[in-house]
Design a protein around this ligand. Structure first.
Ligand SMILES: Nc1nc2c(ncn2[C@@H]2O[C@H](COP(=O)(O)OP(=O)(O)OP(=O)(O)O)[C@@H](O)[C@H]2O)c(=O)[nH]1
Length: 228
């Protein structure tokens, strides 16, 4: 196991998770108003760890692929409408043999980022099975987002953007293509999730509902997406 991919014990995970924590954290490094648990899911090697590292550290983990063992998490605090939102992001192992470990964590997650690799048809075909699993183990109102990762690998692409869009539409979930290598859409994916969760948790009765699909489209247009 690599140093960057450590597995956690059940005890640690229980201490580390919380649902809609509305508190001011005293730690200087980790000041936040509200916290949410987000999980990264998808087949092995689709780029879950790399997406997390890109978002957290702004770097790309190239080189040899080392599969995640078990489950690991990292925190990042983002600003959403003047609130500090802490995302506790759980990076799961995509390999089948760790599935029973990760199932136990689904129910605490408020959002799930489900990844496939645009250069791997099997990883895309398995998305339906992942969604079945999600419906079995996750909370009913969990926020789901579909991400087609490795969008920088245009020459090796085997899954069309339209196929990803169609599948996402069928399941009523937002979709975008990302690249952990170039960083395209990585920040946007997490920010959209943070905004959706923050709005759900603090929504006033007379406030208009946050529309995650509209937000993503407007942000893509602003950044002139998708320059992959
Ligand atoms: N070109 C390119 N390579 C990527 C991208 N994201 C990940 N990779 C590469 O794909 C391989 C797998 O990435 P990981 O992030 O370790 O995959 P994972 O989904 O965490 O895999 P498991 O831990 O087994 O579940 C690594 O060699 C990465 O360098 C990307 O956006 N573009």
């Amino acid at each position: 196991m690599s140093a960057r991919k450590t597995s956690l014990t059940d005890k640690q995970s229980k201490n580390g998770t919380s649902k809609y924590v509305l508190e001011r954290c005293a730690s200087i490094n980790e000041y936040y108003d509200i916290a949410f648990k987000v999980m990264l899911l998808g087949d092995s090697a689709v780029g879950k760890t790399c997406i997390l590292v890109r978002f957290k550290d702004g770097a790309f983990l190239g080189g040899n692929f080392i599969a995640t063992v078990g489950i690991d998490f990292r925190n990042k605090v983002v600003d959403v409408d003047n609130l500090k939102v802490k995302l506790q992001i759980w990076d799961t192992a995509g390999q089948e043999r760790f599935r029973s470990v990760t199932h136990a964590y689904y129910r605490d997650a408020q959002a799930l980022l489900l990844l496939y690799d645009i250069t791997s048809k099997p990883s895309f075909d398995n998305i339906r099975a992942w969604l079945t699993e999600i419906h079995e183990y996750a909370q009913k109102d969990v926020v789901i987002m579909l991400l087609g990762n490795k969008a920088d690998m245009a020459a090796e692409r085997v899954v069309k953007t339209e196929d990803g869009e169609r599948l996402a539409k069928e399941y009523g979930v937002p979709f975008m293509e990302t690249s952990a290598k170039t960083g395209v859409n990585v920040e946007l994916a997490f920010l959209a999730i943070a905004k959706e969760l923050k709005h759900r948790a603090t929504q006033q009765p007379n406030e208009p509902k946050f529309q995650i699909h509209d937000y993503i489209e407007s942000q893509k247009q602003k950044t002139g997406c998708c320059g992959m």
